[in-house]
Design a protein around this ligand. Structure first.
Ligand code: KIV
Ligand code: ZN
Length: 403
């Protein structure tokens, strides 16, 4: 989006200066795909991977190779054919997972093994039955093994946001010394708040040894509806990788939605001072492709890519939009590849929008005719959710739209 195309351009530096880059780590094909109702076969994953590459993601997490032979094959195929993004595979801190991941990623131009291990007290005690030191030793041994088998290693401290901050400093300091180049701070259960996330990233950047040699990353789940806000708070505090998915799909309530993160960073460029490498005009087509491949629609009122994201029905809003689109839109549908703003005609619509639509349909009623058309339109709109062009044509021609 060019600043001159942005109704809020005076508040935005997008396009003016080279903003610092935030890496987009897409996990649609791993965290997204592992959610109930969203599984994709190999062909679907490959199509999605090509779309994500065209979208400009920096890192594409293609799957969890040791989870199943099919996941292994999908990751291997994606690694072989993609040439743009770094291809990542997920692995627990187990030799079997690491070796399978490395084999699946062998053909990649640039490969990343994404290791994870829980660090929170709850997980240490009930899931892993490990002491604090055992967690650190296990993570470091896994990182040491993985780093010789791929180009780069990411380490995720699962349930990081419920982990003691001082202990997390020790975990990440050890992970960096062992060779991790990205350290990820997942809010695995979607429990944190933006303030906490911002403070945690700032604290880690200040205290972790070797912090200036690595990229800090967020990975936020949406259980309380704060995944995007938490990710953005992390970025404001210095995180330079955001893990997210198309349409926000993912475990339980999902992950941070990529389209929302990208457009928030772009529309509020002056506030954040960073940008991504995403071609935003491909966001909507990519969102649509995912709904087709999974059979799961997005909510009509979903931010950025929902059907209503650029639709206006109320008369007051439509009147404002007809005068200056900046009155009720902070970005254009074209910016996300969605076509045109829609002024939907329904019972809340006013005379201005009705007249404009009639003109687009080739009708130029005088004021008296307009009075009668408007009255008939309102009567029909009270009965129907949306008044379509065929209804308007009938009304304008004096016919009965319900006949
Ligand atoms: O939510 C989570 O903690 C994860 C990790 C594997 C990064 O998905
Ligand atoms: Zn996750």
């Amino acid at each position: 989006m060019n600043p001159q195309d942005n109704p809020n351009s005076e508040n935005s530096d997008v396009g003016d200066v080279a903003a610092e880059r935030v890496r987009i780590f897409d996990t649609t094909l791993r965290d997204g795909e592992q959610a109930p109702g969203f599984s994709m076969d190999r062909r679907a994953k490959l199509r999605m991977a090509h779309a994500l590459e065209a979208l400009g993601v920096d890192i594409l997490e293609a799957g969890f190779p040791n989870a199943s032979p099919d996941d292994f094959a999908s990751v291997a195929e994606i690694a072989r054919v993609l040439r743009g993004p770094t291809v990542a595979g997920l692995a627990r801190c187990h030799d079997g997972d690491i070796d399978a991941c490395a084999r699946a990623l062998q053909g990649a131009q640039r490969s990343r093994i994404h290791l994870f291990l829980s660090t929170s007290p709850l997980h240490r005690e009930h899931k892993l039955n490990m002491s604090k030191q055992q967690v650190i030793d296990t993570a470091c041994a896994a990182i040491e093994r993985a780093k010789g088998l791929c180009h780069e290693v990411e380490f995720s401290a699962e349930d990081a946001m419920r982990t003691e901050p001082e202990y997390l400093v020790e975990v990440f300091s050890a992970a960096i010394a062992a060779g991790a180049t990205t350290v990820n701070v997942p809010d695995t259960v979607g429990y944190t708040t933006p303030t906490e996330m911002g403070e945690r990233i700032a604290y880690l950047r200040k205290h972790v040894r070797g912090a200036d040699q690595v990229v800090f990353s967020t990975h936020c789940h949406d259980d309380l509806g704060m995944a995007v806000a938490n990710s953005l708070a992390g970025v404001a505090a210095g995180a330079r990788q955001v893990e997210c998915t198309i349409n926000g799909i993912g475990e339980r309530a999902g992950n941070a939605s990529m389209e929302e993160v990208v457009m928030a960073l772009r529309v509020r460029g002056a506030f954040f001072g960073v940008d991504t490498g995403i071609d935003a005009r491909k966001l909507y087509p990519t969102s649509r492709l995912l709904t087709q491949l999974t059979g799961q629609a997005v909510a009509r009122n979903k931010a950025v890519v929902g059907e209503n994201a650029f639709a206006h029905e109320s008369g007051i809003h439509q009147h404002g939009m007809l005068k200056h689109r900046g009155t009720y839109e902070i970005m254009r549908p074209q910016d996300v590849g969605m076509g045109e703003t829609k002024l939907v005609l329904g019972k809340h619509s006013g005379r201005h929008a009705l007249r404009q639509r009639l003109q687009q349909l080739g009708h130029e009623p005088d004021e008296a005719a307009m009075d009668s058309i408007f009255a008939r339109f309102k009567a029909l709109a009270d009965k129907k959710r949306e008044v379509h062009d065929e209804d308007l044509e009938a009304i304008a021609l004096g016919m009965d739209p319900e006949a």
